[in-house]
Design a protein. Structure first.
Lengths: 259, 418
């Protein structure tokens, strides 16, 4: 793969991102509100079913709803980015069969575009925290780094899935199921420390979203950072990116013939 | 620096279709993987069972700097595959391509246009997709909008555009590309007459600026007008290369299945009625099937119908067309002559000539039916032929339809009054 070529086409990436954002905000009546409503609604459901009925709220430090909402913000970004990225190549089949440009731009663009939704939701979270009597502290400075890790994970998985979706057209059915499992394999509905035994936590953190979500919770709710978990997850995210790009480059030459 | 802008050497592209190709379903691949031990034993026998076909093979072509080369060929000849390989959309299976210069390829106008975005936004998006920088688009923006004549609607979402407006804007963006080498597919065939005219004008401009253009089209007139050279693809190979006149003429003759055409090979009514024209054959005066004649020759047209006709007293008609698709002559069993066919007749012969035609290609369309009442079948462009030599008065000077019209009228020249 030629990095210089990707650099040459950076403006096209910008235009793809810009298009995705414009179109998304033009097509939904609710616009930016949707970026907040989605995790908010999920928080509501989780609070009722897992928090109250299943009693998981007893295991979290601080308000359960806030814990869930704080976790859902990176998770929603990850899930949307991966899903849209995975479907992006097939959705751009028309473009791919008519024009040349580095194909890698296609699955990367939705990840970047998702940052707008993330920003909106994140601001909403900051505004909501005082309602729960929690004040954001100095640990917030870790958020950009954690977001960076989440972007790496989303890009890696998104690129991998996008290429698999071209090769196997039925993969998208598997994928929606996979993303649901992935949600419950990540510490969103429950707290990490009180649910997962310490001996298993490192293995658990191979799921890159484990370290990132745990890190987000720590940064927002003022707990100590689970540094080793974050390190494992970050390494895993980088590995996924390498695997994803490698697989993508191996199959991309055939895209125009099979798409 | 080499003088050729595009050098293609032994280019080939193979596709695998049918059995042996992955179905593209994970379900099937998983199942195949689970059956792997069985499969492995059978591999030898099943190897190669996927039907391979070469969309292009052994294609060697040089396009010199400043050439406008037109590529013709029937559907499935490999024209699109060639364009896709040159545009880097798909990789070749074998062979080498050397391209010297900045390439823009235009396989369609309006690629990447998004209906929700405004005209202005789409100009930027489409420009970027075609390879322009943001700065470049900004500089040319006003010119693009003016060329498309869409100043008033530029901030309206494109989904509210008429198809004409859409095509104008899309073409206008493409026209402002600034490549050294331009690769163009059929784009000239879209849009209304005025738009087509504008496209042709633009292509002529490119020619005058000394750009290199590779141009695929079914529009032979456009190829003759614009191109400096032409090549004909058939079955994935370059079968002819030369001046646009020669190549397009040869293509015209060959694409109309010279001596015997059967139903379905040319433009037909769909679906064919039970009673229809089934076969046509042109024969020379000796009664031998032929596709080439000389001016002054007599031709026999033989036509066969598929079944017993639904009625008596019907006619068979022809229209004769020139290379520009204009009718130049008409003939009919009746009312031109008073021949009425009966229901059981199935083989019709017309003796035609001496042919007063100049050198070039011509083609026939046929119809069968009751004159002035209804037609059972029409067969457009059913068969073509060439006039190889037109020198009716044996002076050694051939008259061709490229300059001197389609007809040569018997004539005598003298001075008066002596």
């Amino acid at each position: 793969m030629r990095l210089s070529e990707l650099w040459e086409y950076r403006e096209l990436l910008f235009f793809f991102v810009w298009r995705d954002i414009k179109v998304r905000y033009k097509q939904t009546v609710l616009g930016a509100a949707w970026a907040v409503l989605q995790p908010l609604a999920a928080t509501f459901v989780f609070t009722i079913f897992f928090g109250k009925l299943a009693g998981l709220s007893a295991h979290t430090n601080g308000p359960y709803s806030l814990h869930v909402f704080a976790a859902l913000i990176p998770w929603t970004f990850f899930a949307n980015a991966v899903t849209q990225s995975a479907n992006s190549l097939v959705g751009s089949s028309h473009l791919i069969s008519k024009v040349y440009f580095p194909r890698l731009l296609v699955p990367v663009a939705p990840v970047v575009a998702g940052l707008v939704d993330f920003a909106v939701a994140f601001v909403a979270l900051l505004l909501l925290m005082p309602v729960f009597g929690v004040t954001p502290g100095w640990r917030l400075i870790a958020v950009p780094a954690l977001l960076g890790g989440t972007i790496v994970a989303s890009t890696g998985v998104g690129i991998l899935f996008s290429a698999v979706t071209v090769t196997y057209r039925d993969f998208r059915f598997v994928m929606s199921f996979l993303m649901q499992l992935w949600l419950f394999a990540s510490p969103v509905a429950y707290a990490l420390n009180t649910t997962i035994p310490a001996t298993w936590q490192m293995a658990y953190a191979v799921n890159p979203m484990v370290g990132m979500i745990a890190g987000f919770n720590a940064a927002l709710l003022g707990e100590a950072f689970p540094l080793r978990l974050i390190a494992v997850s970050l390494a895993s995210a980088v590995a996924l990116l390498v695997i994803g790009v490698n697989y993508f480059v191996r199959v991309e030459r055939r895209f125009a013939d099979v798409i | 620096m080499s003088s050729s802008a595009i050098a293609i050497r032994d280019l080939g592209k193979r596709y695998t279709i049918g059995v042996g190709r992955s179905s593209g379903l994970m379900r099937d691949s998983l199942a195949a993987w689970l059956r792997a031990p069985l499969r492995r034993r059978r591999r030898d026998s099943s190897h190669g069972s996927g039907r391979e076909f070469w969309a292009l093979r052994n294609v060697t072509l040089d396009v010199a700097r400043g050439d406008i080369i037109g590529i013709v060929g029937p559907n499935g000849a490999g024209k699109s595959t060639l364009l896709k390989i040159l545009s880097r959309i798909t990789p070749p299976t074998e062979g080498v391509i050397d391209i010297h210069g900045r390439v823009s390829s235009l396989l369609e106008v309006g690629t990447g246009f998004h209906p929700e975005l405004t005209g202005r936004e789409n100009v930027f998006l489409n420009g970027a997709i075609l390879g322009m920088t943001r700065q470049e688009i900004r500089t040319k923006f006003d010119a693009i909008v003016a060329f498309a004549e869409l100043e008033r609607f530029i901030d309206t979402p494109v989904r509210h555009y008429s198809s004409g407006m859409f095509v104008r804007l899309a073409f206008s963006v493409a026209a402002h590309l600034d490549p050294e080498i331009l690769i163009v597919d059929e784009v000239l065939s879209v849009g209304d007459l005025q738009f087509r005219h504008r496209c042709l004008g633009h292509m002529q401009g490119l020619r005058d600026e000394g750009r290199t253009v590779l141009f695929v089209s079914h529009d032979l007139t456009a190829i003759r007008q614009l191109c400096t050279r032409a090549a004909m693809l058939h079955g994935g190979r370059v079968v002819d290369e030369g001046t646009p006149d020669d190549v397009t003429r040869r293509y015209e003759v060959e694409s109309r299945d010279p001596t015997a055409a059967t139903g379905g090979s040319a433009t037909r009514l769909q679906p064919l009625p039970d009673f229809h024209l089934e076969r046509v054959e042109l024969r020379n005066a000796a009664g031998v099937a032929a596709a080439a004649f000389d001016a002054g020759d007599v031709m026999e047209i033989h036509l066969w119908s598929s079944a017993r006709a639904p009625a008596n007293s019907y006619t068979v008609e022809f229209h004769l067309y020139n290379e520009d698709d204009r009718v130049i002559s008409y003939g009919a069993a009746n009312p031109v002559r008073s021949t009425y066919y009966n229901a059981e007749d199935r083989h019709y012969v017309c003796r035609l000539g001496p042919l007063p035609l100049t050198e070039g290609a011509y083609f026939f369309s046929f119809a069968i039916g009751v004159w002035n009442d209804h037609r059972w079948d029409r067969w457009d462009r059913a068969v073509s032929f060439r006039i190889e030599r037109c020198d009716p008065f044996k002076t050694g000077h051939g008259i061709t339809n490229a300059h001197d019209g389609d007809l040569v009228i018997p004539q005598d020249w003298r001075t008066a009054g002596s």
